[in-house]
Write a new protein. Structure first.
Length: 291
């Protein structure tokens, strides 16, 4: 059975959770590509900055990375990097353009798939739209070493489905108490609704390594107490850096523009750990499927 037959079979099922389970069984893994969902329980924790700068840091390891702006209704990766896309995800979902026509080759080793912004109908993707994305992504397997999914914040179905479809989920947390509680809520929803049990935790905007470690300790203690089946691995931290605001205003990556800054060093260390990760979700085969 080819992929098109599989997609049609799944689309005809009436229960979406059953369709999703079957799609996951049909998922394929290409040894040369790793899909990482970067997510957060709340906005304002610097998640998109993490995605952009992680891509640049991976580039220093000679890795080809695609940033997929998966905040489908309020995308802003293109703005952060100073891009002016002619097309975006909306054109893919309307079958007006192939995904390869929409992807922007930003710099050597870094490409961006921009989302639409301010399009309410894309804020929550429906079944057919998810299947279109899955079909289109299948053509990208040989092009990249990493695909970073910059999800929206929170627990919408878009966020949870993207996270459940990735090899690894990286949860970005800041030291703010609300960030911790919302991250816990997100992890709980992904566990209860998608049986996701393994997460990587990055502390962003920390004032010191001591503060970052304490934030991780607090969150992991709560998870261990109330969600004992879940594993949350501390993958590192990025320090608060005043140069970040400067780089954002200039629409530049801090890793490129301030390579010796505190934050840049954190992103470089993060990239080193990412390249050594084993996938939490084991897939087999030679294609990409989302959802």
């Amino acid at each position: 059975m080819d992929q098109a037959d599989t997609l049609r079979k799944i689309a005809n099922k009436t229960n979406f959770s059953e369709r999703q389970k079957e799609m996951k069984r049909e998922k394929n893994n290409n040894e040369s590509v790793r899909i990482i969902a970067v997510t957060s329980g709340k906005g304002g924790v610097g998640k998109t900055n993490v995605v952009a700068n992680l891509a640049f840091a991976l580039g220093k390891h000679d890795k080809n990375t695609l940033i997929f702006d998966a905040d489908t209704g309020l995308g802003n990766v293109d703005i952060l990097l100073g891009l002016a896309p002619k097309y975006n995800l909306k054109h893919v979902l309307k079958r007006e353009r192939d995904i390869k026509d929409v992807i922007i080759n930003h710099k050597k080793g870094i490409s961006v798939l921009p989302a639409a912004s301010g399009i309410q109908e894309l804020a929550e993707l429906n079944r057919d739209q998810r299947l279109i994305i899955s079909e289109e992504f299948d053509s990208l397997a040989d092009n990249y070493d990493y695909i970073l999914l910059d999800t929206g914040a929170g627990i919408s179905s878009n966020v949870t489905h993207f996270c459940a479809s990735a090899h690894n989920t990286l949860v970005v947390v800041s030291p703010e108490p609300t960030s911790l509680t919302d991250a816990y809520a997100l992890i709980k929803v992904l566990f209860l609704n998608h049986n996701q049990k393994q997460f990587k935790l990055l502390i962003n905007l920390a004032k010191s390594d001591k503060e970052a470690t304490e934030v991780y300790r607090q969150l992991s203690a709560v998870i261990h107490k109330f969600l004992p089946l879940i594993s949350v691995d501390y993958i590192g931290y990025v320090l608060y850096d005043e140069n970040m605001a400067k780089s954002v205003r200039m629409q530049k990556s801090i890793v490129d523009f301030y390579p010796y800054s505190k934050a840049s060093k954190g992103f470089i260390k993060l990239a080193e750990k990412i390249t050594g990760l084993e996938p939490a979700l084991s897939l087999t085969g030679n294609k990409i499927n989302l959802f």
